[in-house]
Structures are given as C-alpha cells and as structure tokens.
Design a protein around this ligand. Structure first.
Ligand SMILES: [Zn+2]
Ligand SMILES: [Zn+2]
Length: 258
C-alpha cells in the first residue's frame, strides 16, 4: 500500500512550470494516488482539475469538482449545471470542496449556507462522496450536513479540537489531517488527532498551501504528505506503516477507488 494525498490542488497555476517534476517527486516519495480538488474559483475553474483526472503515471490522479465557500456567491443555477456536467467525467470521484468559512467570509454567510446545502444535495443526487471545508463554523456545518442528509463525507484540513472532531465522527464522517499537525501552536489539533479512530483518518497536503514543517513557508507539494503521515504517526504513537496503510485504505474506500 502506498501513500495517498487525499486533498491537493495540483492543477493550480503554481504548478504550471514544473507539474511533471512535482508528480515525479510524489511518486519517488511513495505517494501512489492524489485526489486533485477543484473548487479554486467559479464553477468553470474546475476544468483544469478535471483534465488531470484519470492519469495513472507517474501517480494515479482522481478529481473532485465543487465551489469553494470563498466563491459561494458565484454558485447560481448555471454554476451548478456546470458542476453537474463536470461530475459526469470519468475520474471525477466526489463533489467539493464545499462548506463554510466564517473566518474569512469572502462570500456572505447566507450565500455560503445556500451553496453548501445545494452541493450536499448534488452529491446525494449523483451518489458521490463530499469534500468539506470548515473554518470557525463547525456547529453550522454539522447542522447543514445533517439536515441535507450527507453521507460519505470527509472534513478536510481539520483544524478543530477533540470536541469538534467527535461531532463529525458521531455522524459517521471521516477527518483529514494536513501539515498543520506539524505546527508548533497546534496542540489542540494534535489532541484531536490522537482521538480519531484509525479507520476514519485521512492525510492530505492541501498543496500548494500549508507546507508541513520542515518545509513551512515554501510551496507545498504532494510528496510532503509523507511528512504529514510521519507527524500523525508520532502524535498517535503508531508505526508509520500503520498510518500509511490505514489512511490510504480509508481514502480509497471513501472515494470508491478500485
Ligand atoms: Zn479547504
Ligand atoms: Zn483545498
């Protein structure tokens, strides 16, 4: 079993100059699969991510399509038609990232709630898993996921505490941990990571953002999901291979990768 980066944005322009080298470094680091997440602008901005879906060398790439909470104010009927169409492309395995970000509020909260609820409904309609981004909105996000009947959910780049984690775990959801777990001031996150059942745990880079220590401040890349998994293994006091195998199997099961 090889490592899986359950959430990265390798279609972004940050990788245009050296994408092939980035993918080769991921493969060399033992990363076998990347879940490449769209949702970096209006609905049409998912197209470059979808174009990468279905690659198998040097790493397997699958894609998700969505509208990020930052861009929720663009999520009109036409945008959802674009998502619906893109979601039918082979290699597109999930809807997202969607959710609520009340830290930045780049889109008004009301628009975020509406776009999030519609995205959950789209995932349900297409029977696809859902990639969810939540910042400073855990209670609201859990309420919408519950009322919209969400299933097969991953809360990506989880930054909450043990109580927040268990709110999602009690609903049957998965939790993905990013390089933030390596940051000095992340003690409450590390406490939460210790309490997540192994079979619900995923790891991710969220590249090009959030490079883990010892790469902090640089452009992040999928090869460094190894640093994230190593940190998670240390925090949980488990062998690296245990975390590597379990997080890869969990990601494959959640996104129904064969
Ligand atoms: Zn996010
Ligand atoms: Zn992301």
């Amino acid at each position: 079993m090889t490592l899986v980066d359950s959430h990265c944005h390798v279609a972004e322009p940050e990788f245009d100059a050296d994408r092939e080298a980035v993918l080769a470094r991921a493969a060399a680091a033992g990363v076998g699969t990347l879940v490449c997440v769209g949702a970096t602008g209006p609905a049409e901005a998912n197209a470059p991510t979808v174009a990468l879906a279905g690659r198998t060398t040097p790493v397997e790439i699958v894609a998700t399509v969505g509208i990020h909470p930052h861009h929720a104010s663009t999520a009109d009927d036409a945008a959802f038609e674009v998502l619906r169409r893109l979601a039918r492309t082979p290699g597109v395995v999930a809807i997202g990232e969607t959710g609520l970000d009340f830290h930045y509020n780049f889109s008004p909260p009301a628009a975020q709630r509406t776009a999030f609820a519609r995205s959950v409904a789209l995932a349900r309609e297409r029977a696809l898993p859902l990639v969810v981004h939540v910042r400073e909105a855990h209670a609201d996000a859990a309420a919408i996921l519950t009322s919209e009947g969400a299933r097969d959910v991953v809360i990506h780049c989880f930054t909450g505490d043990r109580t927040d984690a268990h709110r999602y775990l009690d609903l049957g959801f998965h939790i993905s941990v990013s390089g933030i777990v390596t940051f000095k001031n992340a003690d409450s996150l590390r406490d939460a990571v210790r309490s997540i059942p192994l079979e619900r745990l995923l790891v991710e880079t969220d590249a090009p953002y959030l490079a883990p220590i010892p790469h902090r401040g640089k452009r992040n890349e999928p090869a460094w999901v190894r640093d994230v998994a190593e940190a998670v293994a240390r925090v949980r006091n488990e062998p690296f291979e245990t975390v590597e195998t379990a997080t890869a199997a969990n990601t494959r099961r959640l996104f129904r990768l064969t």
